[in-house]
Design a protein around this ligand. Sequence first.
Ligand code: ADP
Length: 190
Amino acid sequence: MQNIVLFGPPGAGKGTQSEYIIEKYGLLHLSTGDLLRAEIKEGTALGLQAKQNIDKGELVPDAVVIGMIENKVKSNPDAKGFIFDGFPRTVAQAEALDKLLVANNTAISGMVALEVEDEELVKRLLNRGKTSGRADDQDEATIQNRISVYNKETKPVADYYNAQGKFKSINGIGSIEEIFGRIVEAIASF
Ligand code: ADP
C-alpha cells in the first residue's frame, strides 16, 4: 500500500494537489477538514461541536478526528492506499495513525510538505473566503490564529516523520503543474 501524508499550513494548496495525486496514483483521499465540513452540513452532534472550534481557527479535539480517520481506514480495506490531507495535525494524531496503520499491516510511505510563506497564505485564504463560504477563511484574525496553531501544534509533526526518514519538503509556490511535478518527484523518492 502507498500511504502519503500531504502536509503544510492552511492555504498551502493541499486540497488542490490532492485531486491530482488521487488521479495519478488511485489513492483514496482522506481530508479531515472535508469530513468535518460534511458533519456540519448534516447537522450532526459531532459537526455542531466541531464548528465551534473551526470557526475560531482552533483545532478539533484529537479523539474526534482520530475516530473519523479510523472509521474511514477500516471501512476501506481494499484501498490501494490513502492520501491524508490535513491529518495528522498534532504529534498525538501522528502516533495514533501509525498504530492504526500497523494494525492494518501497512504504514506511512512518506510525508510531502508544501512550503509557503505566511504572507502568501493570508492572501490566498482571504481570496478563497470570497467564494468558499467558509467563515474561517473570511476573517483575518481567525486566519492568523490558524497559522499560529499550525506553527505551534502542527509543525512538530514534520519532525516526527523526519525522524523516521519519511519527510520531504518542497516549494509550494509556482503553477499547480509545477508544484505537482515536485510532489511526484518526492513520492518517487519514498
Ligand atoms: P485548512 O488546511 O485550509 O485550514 P482544513 O479543511 O484542512 O483547511 O481544516 C479546516 C479546519 O478543520 C481546521 O482549521 C481545524 O479547525 C479543523 N481540522 C481539520 N483537520 C483537523 C485535524 N486533523 N485535527 C484537528 N482539527 C482539524
